[in-house]
Design a protein around this ligand. Structure first.
Ligand code: ZN
Length: 248
């Protein structure tokens, strides 16, 4: 929790998740063998896992920071947890989740794993993590768990009614766009692409039912505002959304 707090406060000048110094609260060892972690609207809750597929959810810094970022998103944009706005909500948690870890390890974009939830599977599971921003769809492929269902581009967008319209599935597309923008810019991702995504979220142009193209335009606008129209940053962000098929 401390490293997530430090990314938002030291890099972006935000006082806690609500911008007003809200204390961070969490419940750990939730339930018995509970296979998940979640933000309940006021605090984070982490299970211990069943020991067969999942181990402790607090074992992964990216899982902890993912859940805490749901709090930040709730207080800033309140993206509806359904369809594309829900996938953007999930993606923001993955993006800031990996940025917290990268900043903690002082990793450049080129050296980072770009994995969410590395280390929470038990040894029986064929998989390295829950999700990959570098290569969505490749995080795991297991007899019991199945295969990572995430698409990387709009060409493979999944139309479904389950998972609130695929919020944990189609989040692979904005996740991959962030990865492409960050690696095109190089260096420390929390300073360039991360700052742009943060500005976009707080820029006041993200409606609760925001779709992928509207969010993409908000990040391009944020890059132009901070770094200038025609800047390498604005070009990298536009190029990234174009590569995943969200912008032309
Ligand atoms: Zn989530």
């Amino acid at each position: 929790l401390g490293s997530t707090y430090r990314l938002f406060s030291e890099e972006y000048g935000r006082s806690s998740i609500d911008g007003a110094g809200r204390p961070l609260e969490a419940t750990v060892h939730y339930g018995t063998g509970y296979d998940n972690a979640f933000w309940d609207g006021g605090r984070m809750v982490f299970g211990d896992g069943d020991g067969e597929i999942f181990g402790r959810f607090t074992a992964s810094l990216t899982v902890i920071s993912h859940e805490l970022t749901h709090g930040f998103t709730q207080y800033s944009t309140n993206l509806e947890y359904q369809g594309q706005s829900g996938a953007l909500n999930e993606s923001l948690s993955d993006v800031f989740g990996v940025l917290v870890e990268q900043r903690e390890l002082r990793q450049d974009a080129a050296d980072a794993s770009w994995l969410v939830g590395a280390g929470i599977f038990t040894a029986q599971v064929q998989g390295e993590a829950l999700r990959s921003l570098r290569a969505p769809g490749t995080a795991y492929d297991d007899d019991v768990l199945g295969k990572d269902p995430q698409p990387a581009t709009m060409a493979d967008y999944v139309e479904t009614t389950s998972d609130n319209g695929g919020v944990h599935i189609n989040s692979g597309i904005p996740n991959h766009a962030f990865y492409l923008a960050a690696t095109a810019l190089g260096g420390q991702a929390w300073e360039g692409a991360g700052r742009i995504w943060y500005d976009a979220v707080l820029g006041g142009t993200i409606p609760p039912d925001c779709d992928f193209p509207a969010f993409a335009r908000a990040t391009v606008g944020a890059a132009e505002k901070r770094f200038g129209a025609g800047s390498p940053e604005a070009g990298a962000v536009t190029g990234a959304w174009s590569q995943v098929g969200v912008l032309p």
